[in-house]
Design a protein around this ligand. Structure first.
Ligand code: C2O
Ligand code: CU
Length: 489
């Protein structure tokens, strides 16, 4: 079938690129007798963070001063191969220190990119080499972990894709890096990062949303084709609820990890900050048609993200491709629930919590259950009464210590009036239950979106030693207290 050969061709092209890079490395090795082949044959990727101008609104002359990886928005799409080591040299040409966190990759702690905890920050003019072997195929992303609110908010983010050994039977693979920007009337990034209104409520929501770096009017598709579409929410705070009007997306992976293919609940793809969803989309419309993709997450604030614009070509096929949707599973250790150690984390604080605001808003008050809250500067949120703020605090004791190799079952209870996408570094966890009801379809994740007053149970095998961040990925919430460290020893 022509379809299959299409996808094979594109996958071949990808592997040829990798092959060329690697061959170059090997050739250099051959000239150096005795050189350690395994060291020099790693494909090396250069990534520079620096200020640059970029037009977020494609058909306008307006440019915005941003901070970019590789001089573009989003940063270059990095493609690695599952089980093969990679080396990424990050150079910092920003006016301030930075680090890079490889969000969702189960990597060694020293490569996790948390300043003060896993590495020294990369100072302006300096570089740092990250080296790791991604164990899982899937959709990941990278972003700074220093001055996170401002650095991500000024544009530093990119998609990282890990390819497995087998090509997936689709006609085309596509990535949509979605990002939300708060622009001032002059087209520049608005100031006021970290103000109390944003911090204590839903975070810094913007006023334009881009698809792969520009506001999108349409994305061209062909009738009959099957797409694998990787959706990545790179926003500081915006939660998205995406509907592909006239289409039936099937979720095949969440946060990079394959799940049982299933339709989204109520037909809406719920994508909190930092979350990824891979969908398979059969384009069953007619040539020339247009179908909106809308985001209706926030009441009364529905907007059109883009539209699928069918080109004029005749359909590639008349019935959807008859190929399996399930992706090959990744080597994730299965949690041993019978012997799990259990911990409960309660998310606290924010406005309208019924407990008043903590810290900054003049309310150093210790009302209700907040008595044990540490009154740290700018702390608005807490986890179990403890608020880690800013870039984190290596001196603050870990929230808990896990014995290496043991299964941890974690209950995350959101005792606030706001949604929180909770991310754990270094691990993917299985989502077991929401409010006590089992979650179907084997959903693994590294970031789980928890609605107000709800509870989510997750589990993972603590097989990756080190000090790992756990935090809300609404950046304003993270830097104002909804952050902690777990230690696996
Ligand atoms: Cu994507 Cu600690 O973050
Ligand atoms: Cu939050």
């Amino acid at each position: 079938m022509s379809v299959t050969s299409n996808s094979v061709t594109s996958n071949l092209a990808a592997s040829r690129r990798t092959f060329l890079v690697r061959t170059a490395g090997l050739a250099a090795t051959a000239l150096l007798p005795g050189a350690a082949r395994t060291q020099t044959s790693l494909p090396e990727i250069q990534l520079t963070a620096a200020p640059n101008r970029w037009s977020l609104v494609s058909d306008s002359k307006l440019t915005t001063d941003l901070w970019c990886y590789g001089a573009r928005i989003p940063g270059p799409e990095i493609r690695l191969r599952q089980g093969e080591s990679a080396r990424i040299v990050v150079r910092n040409d920003l006016p301030e220190a930075t680090t890079v966190h490889w969000h969702g990759i189960r990597l060694p702690n020293a490569m996790d990119g948390v300043p003060g905890l896993t590495q020294q920050p990369i100072k302006p003019g300096e570089q740092f080499t990250y080296e790791f072997t991604p164990p899982d195929a899937g959709t990941f992303w990278y972003h700074p972990h220093a001055d996170s609110l401002q650095q991500l908010g000024r544009g530093l983010a990119g998609v990282l894709i890990v390819d497995g050994p087998q090509p997936v039977a689709v006609d085309r693979e596509l990535t949509w890096a979605l990002a939300d920007w708060r622009l001032a009337p002059d087209g520049q990034i608005a100031g006021g990062f970290g103000n109390m209104m944003d911090a204590g409520m839903s975070g810094r929501l913007g006023n334009i949303v881009t698809v792969n770096g520009t506001v999108s009017n349409e994305e061209t598709v062909r009738a009959g084709e099957r797409l694998r579409l990787r959706l990545v929410n790179c926003s500081l705070a915006r939660i998205m609820g995406l509907r592909f009007q006239g289409h039936h997306p099937v979720i095949v992976a969440i946060d990079g990890q394959p799940c049982v293919p299933h339709a989204p609940q109520d037909g809406r793809l719920l994508l909190g900050p930092a979350m990824r969803i891979d969908i398979v989309l059969d384009l069953q419309g007619e040539p020339g048609e247009r179908h909106a993709v809308i985001d209706d997450f926030y009441d009364g604030l529905t907007y059109r993200l883009t539209q699928l614009a069918y080109d004029k070509r005749p359909p590639l096929r008349t019935k959807p491709l008859d190929a399996p949707l399930a992706l090959p599973r990744n080597p994730l250790p299965e949690p041993d629930l019978a012997n799990a150690i259990r911990h409960e984390l309660t998310l606290q604080g924010g406005m309208m919590s019924g407990m008043g605001m903590m810290g900054g808003m003049g309310g150093k008050g210790t009302m209700g259950g907040m008595g044990s809250m540490s009154a740290r500067d700018g702390a608005v949120w807490a986890i179990n009464g403890q608020s880690m703020t800013g870039d984190g605090d290596a001196d603050m004791p870990p929230l808990f210590v896990l014995e290496r190799g043991r299964t941890c079952q974690l209950r995350l209870h959101n005792d606030t009036a706001w949604w929180h996408p909770i991310h754990i570094h270094g691990y993917s966890f299985l989502i077991l239950q929401r409010n006590g009801s089992p979650v179907a379809d084997r959903q693994w994740a590294d970031t789980v979106l928890i609605p107000p007053k709800q509870t989510v149970d997750v589990a993972f095998v603590a097989d990756n030693p080190g000090d790992w961040m756990l935090h809300c990925h609404v950046m304003d919430h993270q830097v104002s207290g909804m952050m902690a460290v777990l230690r696996v020893a």
